[in-house]
Ligand binder design. Structure first.
Ligand code: FAD
Length: 444
């Protein structure tokens, strides 16, 4: 092959990138391309910022190998084909993806490539085990329940990691294009994006994964990898992360690998059920949700009057991230206590999360709401019991809800039980009007 375009999407790395590695091995010249979609910035300023940081870092890595990252703005299919004409590309390499948007893009690209006799090749790299590679009973379906999926995933043969290209040769005369100025995010304490930062975090994390089994639910310990956004944008290869942890002994690394499997699990769910963000997976679980804009707003603002819920919601805004246990508590509070439609939760999280990802966000929301893949869809999370168990001294709540910082110990979880004299001095709301009856239940 003479010239290949590697269309980057959310595989923003040079290491273990099968699309890039294969193009570099087989083509005389390679054009690494990213097409900026103007709509993304409106969808989530946080992710737009993270993405730009990833692109700047990727560009540096490609430059240090003699190449560059070509930037275009507009519709990815139109821009890719336009560039293919300019550089006379005979092949396009793309990493497979599963969202409805990604699959439409792939379909359109295929039609255009067929019409123009350009070869389009798809490569794995978004998941440890590509969706569809393991199927129940070896048939054509998908797994609906996690545990059997995990057993099959764990027993499957994983692909080999590919080498990082040493040199990348651009064709002569290609205009590389500018990266626009770094957009503002909305969360002041969000992590910075990029493969370099993602790889650094992975290396550090592997030194801390030992107690993950014990600590991953501990809210104040913050004892998880925080690799999710790097996985989301492909700054780190999920296979490399899983292989590195699998090579280690002990319950911590094993529990971490199992958690990574959840990510693949939802990918294979979404590949079979692309409407996961809008339609209930288990229709009978989709209730008559309450319309309560006031309660929704209080939940979004972290002002429900239930401290652990408010702490989670404020962490989300401050960091573009929320601890998994807090995601479970806040999502269950919205759906199972306030009775508000899970789709509102999907949208709010999707706006803020740097790791915001259709499959994992909507899949988890549906799991919590009882419309998804939970085998116990009627389970309820008592936020106070959750708080007392996973934030026993109230540190997590005090970290994110400064109005309660004067309350010592676990008393911070139930401000309504404090003496009136103390409570009246706090600038913190009582339980929501619509949740008052529940608040009676909240008092043990
Ligand atoms: P770690 O505990 O270090 O786990 C390692 C990796 O495993 C994560 O980075 C992630 O890729 C994967 N993982 C862990 N737990 C889950 C899970 N329950 N489902 C799928 N993958 C998992 N995760 C996202 O990546 N994007 C989302 O948009 C997202 N939305 C969520 C919404 C709700 C309501 C809930 C309950 C969970 C959501 N999660 C989402 C899953 C989980 O909360 C995050 O992956 C995790 O908190 C990220 O932190 P970490 O990287 O430190 O995780």
């Amino acid at each position: 092959m003479r010239t290949a375009i590697v269309l980057f999407t959310r595989d923003l790395r040079v290491h273990d990138n099968p699309a890039l590695a294969t193009a570099c091995a087989n083509a005389e010249s390679v054009v690494p391309l990213f097409v900026l979609d103007p709509h993304l910035g409106k969808l989530s300023p946080n992710r737009a910022r993270f993405l730009h940081q990833c692109l700047a870092d990727l560009r540096e890595s490609l430059r240090s190998r003699g190449g560059d990252l070509v930037i275009r703005t507009g519709d990815p299919v139109t821009e890719t084909l336009r560039l293919a004409g300019e550089v006379e590309a005979d092949g396009i390499a793309l990493t497979e993806d599963i969202s409805a948007y990604a699959r439409r893009r792939e379909q359109r690209l295929r039609e255009e490539c067929d019409a123009q006799r350009i070869s389009l090749r798809l490569f794995p790299g978004t998941a440890v085990v590509p969706p569809g590679d393991v199927r129940p009973g070896g048939g054509g379906g998908t797994y609906k329940v996690f545990s059997p999926y995990y057993r099959a995933w764990d027993a499957a043969k994983w692909r080999d990691e590919v080498a990082t290209p040493r040199a990348i040769t651009l064709p002569p005369g290609v205009t590389v294009g500018q990266l626009p100025a770094l957009p503002e995010g909305e969360s002041p304490d969000a992590l910075d994006g990029g493969e370099t930062e993602g790889r650094r975090r992975l290396k550090t994390w592997l030194g801390h994964v030992g107690p993950y089994d014990d600590l991953h639910d501990d809210l104040p310990a913050d004892g998880t990898s925080r690799l999710s956004a790097y996985l989301r944008f492909g700054c780190v290869s999920p296979l490399v992360v899983a292989n590195a942890a699998r090579a280690m002994d002990g319950p911590g690394p094993a529990a971490f690998v199992r958690q990574l499997c959840w990510r693949d699990f939802y990918y294979q769910v979404v590949s079979a059920f692309p409407k996961i963000s809008t339609e209930a997976y288990r229709k009978s679980g989709d209730l008559e949700w309450r319309d309560d804009p006031d309660a929704l707003k209080h939940w979004q603002d972290g002002l429900t009057g239930v401290p652990v819920v408010d702490a989670g919601m404020r962490q989300l805004r401050a960091e573009g991230y929320m601890h998994n246990r807090a995601r479970l508590i806040t999502a269950a509070f919205l759906t199972k206590h306030l009775g508000i439609d899970w789709r509102h939760g999907v949208q709010w999280f999707f706006r803020w999360l740097n790791d915001g990802d259709v499959a994992n966000n909507s899949g988890n929301w549906q799991w919590v709401a009882g419309t998804g893949n939970d085998t116990k869809p009627y389970r309820r999370f008592n936020p106070i019991r959750q708080a007392e168990r996973f934030d026993p001294n109230g540190e997590y709540v005090r970290r994110y809800v400064p109005e309660l910082s004067s309350i010592q110990g676990k008393a911070v979880h139930q401000p309504w039980r404090l003496a009136d004299t103390v409570r009246s001095g706090l600038d913190y709301p009582g339980p929501l009007e619509s949740h008052r009856d529940e608040a009676v239940w909240l008092r043990p």
